[in-house]
Design a protein around this ligand. Structure first.
Ligand SMILES: [Fe+2]
Length: 307
């Protein structure tokens, strides 16, 4: 039993037009037919959708949808989640079908982060065609990308994801984000049963106002990432972290703030691991180079003003 991959994300927004421009005009994903309930659906590959953007009243990351192998695995997972004291809300057949799934249940982890677990990915034979010429995204067995959440009750949340849901530890560092004398912060990078370094990750801290820290999409080449970076500047979207390369998953890319308030990491060249033989690492640094964070710049500016 275990998680196959990140399959899709569900986002609530009061600004669907802003999300549409962000996803189609900037990221280069493909809008497909709307859901029967009015949600906008977007493809990045042959899965029937990867982004489900629901019109609503707030900017909120509703859920990350993770696939399991089959119905028996999903049923076993639902039992384990219920035994762990977390909610299990089975979707109707119509709602599951709307998720491109054979069956699905919604739950949340001990920090309240929204999750959907499902089996059966519906795919389409209609080719993926980006409206702005992006060649495609790195998905397949590696899944859509990764989602990074936050958890104040960090240890309890990680135990749930590892021992109940079946994610596996990849990298379990503590980072000195506020200098060598500041408090350290726990992080957990967990992989599913595929080669992506992490399909889900957590930082130790309060859940952000938008319900998520970031999601990550992988492009085929550095040229594609550079062109996305140019588009970010052209649209005037806020850059949350400059171009850089991560130590642990080796992704080269940048972070941009989405209309939902959380970030999107767009990168390439991500490490592919062998999940069967991987031994947990504890890296000490976040970036090989680059990744100057907007909050670091703001702190430096504030300190400059005080000096
Ligand atoms: Fe990331």
């Amino acid at each position: 039993m275990g998680i196959k991959a990140l399959g899709y994300v569900v986002i609530e927004t009061a600004r669907p037009a802003a999300w549409d421009e962000f996803l189609c005009g900037f990221v280069g994903v493909m809008r497909t037919g709307d859901a029967v309930d009015g949600a906008a659906l977007y493809r990045i590959d042959d899965r029937v959708f990867r982004f489900r953007v629901e019109p609503g009243t707030r900017e909120w990351f509703v859920a990350a949808g993770y696939a399991v192998t089959d119905r028996a695995a999903l049923d076993a997972l639902a039992e384990a989640v219920a035994r762990a004291g977390r909610p299990v809300t089975w979707a109707s057949a119509a709602v599951a079908a709307g998720r491109g799934a054979e069956a699905m249940f919604a739950t949340s982890d001990p920090a309240g982060n929204g999750l959907e677990l499902y089996c059966g990915d519906a795919c389409t034979a209609e080719p993926f065609v980006s409206p702005i010429g992006v060649p495609g995204f790195v998905t397949g067995a590696l899944g859509m990308g990764h989602a990074v959440f936050s958890a104040p009750n960090f240890d309890e949340t990680i135990v749930f994801h590892r021992d109940v849901l079946g994610f596996h530890e990849t990298d379990m560092p503590r980072f000195q984000l506020f200098g060598p004398d500041g408090p350290s912060m726990g992080f957990a990078f967990l992989h599913a049963d595929n080669g992506r370094h992490h399909s889900i990750a957590f930082g130790e801290g309060p859940v952000p106002p938008a319900g998520l820290v970031h999601i990550m999409l992988e492009l085929p080449t550095l040229v594609d990432v550079g062109m996305a970076h140019d588009r970010m500047k052209r649209f005037g979207y806020p850059e949350s972290a400059t171009l850089g390369r991560h130590v642990n998953d080796q992704t080269t890319g940048f972070y941009v703030q989405t209309p939902g308030g959380f970030d999107l990491e767009i990168g390439c060249d991500s490490l592919v691991i062998d999940p069967a033989s991987w031994e947990t690492t504890r890296h000490e640094g976040i970036s090989v180079w680059g990744h100057e964070w907007a909050w670091q710049k703001a702190m430096a500016a504030a300190q400059g003003e005080q000096a």
